[in-house]
Write a protein that binds this ligand. Sequence first.
Ligand SMILES: Nc1ncnc2c1ncn2[C@@H]1O[C@H](COP(=O)(O)OP(=O)(O)OP(=O)(O)O)[C@@H](O)[C@H]1O
Ligand SMILES: [Mg+2]
Length: 312
Amino acid sequence: MEAIVAQNLTKKFDSFTAVDGLSLEVHEGEVFGLLGPNGAGKTTTIRMLACIISPTSGTAQIHGRDITKDPAAVRAMVGVQTESPSLYERLTALENLEFFARAYGMGDPARIQPRIRELLEFFDLWERRGDRVAVFSKGMKQKLAIARAIIHDPPVLFLDEPTSGLDPEASKLIRDLILKLSRTERRTILISTHRLEDAERICSRVGIILRGELKVTGTPEELRRRVAGEAKVVIRVLGAAPELAGSINGIPGVSRVEAGSGELVVSTGDPALTTPDIVRRIVEMGGQILSVRPFLPSLEEAYLSIVEGMRG
Ligand SMILES: Nc1ncnc2c1ncn2[C@@H]1O[C@H](COP(=O)(O)OP(=O)(O)OP(=O)(O)O)[C@@H](O)[C@H]1O
Ligand SMILES: [Mg+2]
């Protein structure tokens, strides 16, 4: 069974359509990334899937339970961190987690206290457990909000820009946590993010939302290939590259050679076929090869190109 299935999910605010007929399937254990410009509808989608707001039309199921017909069952299965404040500023970090642990039905204090300590220590907040959340920094609040979302060990997790505002160390902590939850514990995680390096590292699939519509889905690699055009191979050489370029240009299967300082970028229809010939030719010419690697645009470059193409 799919962990998350959305069919034609639509949200209107008065006459404005924030999410427009969004259909999506996320497999169990997957990390799915929602990408898209500001105001595209990512947070609104997450809020509907987590039963914080109800859709105007369409619906979705979380592990088979319908968000409109069975919201209580859905809420028990999901953890959610969104951009709107989800913590009580006047309570301490400890009190917040105690409150939400009880709200999630974790009745037994013998179970709650060790879990809270484990999370606060993990997020490096244990020393600050007695401070009111109001005095926390942005990143500290963000970490506590994620702790809150996972306190009851939900099988499905919605994280809205989980690494925004976090320092590099804390961002890595969250990325590693997401990978552990999905790969070793088979939890399903839907995140939204503007950090495309994060998405490239942790998402098994991503989708791009534009003006409320889910336009493209695929693995990060598929999106990168989609905009890559013809395959390219980057060869770093010791010394001057330009004099090698002319000779490589004549090899069958090579369509173009760009020579930079110490680098050749070779466009070729089938790198598996031509790369050995290219390498042999460079060696015959007395060139010294430092590295040979396939070239693909980053997910960020792919995203920018796809979004620009769809706007245009
Ligand atoms: N409660 C609301 N009332 C009216 N309009 C809303 C409401 N919530 C969201 N919107 C509108 O819906 C659209 C989508 O907003 P949403 O917060 O889902 O975008 P987003 O993709 O999360 O953007 P960001 O990347 O900036 O977080 C925006 O135009 C926003 O103004
Ligand atoms: Mg948002």
